[in-house]
Design a protein around this ligand. Structure first.
Ligand code: PMP
Length: 298
């Protein structure tokens, strides 16, 4: 699907967007990113995404030479150039900040100017089936990065850990792949966070299990509070997942997706459960009301 791209302030269609092969994002995977989407044409939870972008940047000693309003302006300019949103299409927005162009060295002094790329394309909703029937996922053997290596707190452009896990999930016919951490506890999925439901409460692995603190995951604590559903962190193991009443995954582009099968095991009743569906509905309602009220939702 055609994208519109902003490379260091220059907007073009995807065919004309280019970046140097000496950019350390390309050479070394040195960079960080965020994925946002719009609701009612507004980048949803913009401030939270910017906070996480800056946390990721500081964890790799990268400074971002733009303020939040400057990044917001760059988003809006690119979204407008993409002809979005339309009546029935919201925008997908990805921002990447890399170390920049320089000599073949790990010394950051060689790359004084970071590269900033914004990719915008139409947001594609998962098929209705995904929400109505739920999905099968795979529990894969690839271990989530140890926090002492490339900390999963960093939303890093170096996505080999996630890509390898997802390759395995695809081989097994999974919509997503669930990864464990180095201690064998459940961590997260390759592109989303994991929740199980037990006795009416939604439980998700704690951030120090070694995972990306998803913005949707964080927002779900608030959605749960509004809906009278306890949403909390808990260390989880395989047995908790297999014995769960319900399970689901969360992400910016997928919202709340029911998990009904893990490899050859059925989870709960094998259909999307009431707590999952209540949280999905609560999430959508809150997203809708936040973005229909103000120009930029926080
Ligand atoms: N974990 C990983 C590894 C991800 O790549 C993503 C997608 N950004 C998530 C979780 C979900 O995060 P968010 O809710 O902020 O999209």
């Amino acid at each position: 699907m055609a994208a519109t791209v902003n490379v260091n302030g220059r907007v073009s269609d995807q065919e004309h967007a280019s970046i140097s092969i000496f950019d350390h994002g390309f050479l070394f995977g040195e960079g960080i990113y965020e994925t946002l989407r719009t609701y009612n044409g507004q980048p949803f939870l913009f401030e939270r995404h910017m906070r996480r972008l800056r946390t990721s940047a500081s964890m790799i000693a990268l400074s971002i030479p733009l303020t939040d309003p400057q990044i917001d302006a760059r988003f809006r300019e690119t979204v407008t150039a993409a002809g979005l949103p339309t009546k029935d299409r919201e925008a997908y927005i990805r921002i990447l900040v890399t170390r920049g162009i320089g000599e073949l060295t790990y010394d950051p002094a060689a790359t004084p100017v970071p590269s900033i790329v914004v990719i915008v394309k139409p947001h594609v909703e998962p098929p209705a089936d995904v929400f109505e029937r739920g999905v099968k996922v795979a529990l894969v053997p690839i271990v989530r990065n140890h926090p002492g290596t490339v900390n999963p707190l960093i939303k890093s452009n170096s996505l080999l850990n996630n890509a390898l896990a997802m390759q395995e999930a695809i081989r097994r016919g999974g919509f997503e792949g669930i990864m464990r951490n180095y201690k064998g506890e459940l961590a997260e999925c390759t592109q989303s966070n994991l929740f199980i439901v037990k006795n009416g409460a939604a439980l998700t692995p704690p951030v120090d299990a070694g995972l990306l603190p998803g913005i949707t995951r964080e927002y779900l604590f608030e959605v749960g509070a509004g809906a009278g559903i306890s949403v909390r962190e808990q260390v989880l193991h395989d047995a908790d997942l297999f014995g769960a009443d319900e399970a689901f995954l969360t992400s910016t582009t997928r919202e709340v997706v029911p998990i009904v099968q893990v490899d050859n095991r059925t989870i709960g009743s094998g259909t999307p459960g009431p707590v999952t569906l209540a949280l999905l509905e609560g999430f959508r309602r809150k997203a809708e009301s936040l973005t229909s009220l103000k120009p930029t939702a926080s």
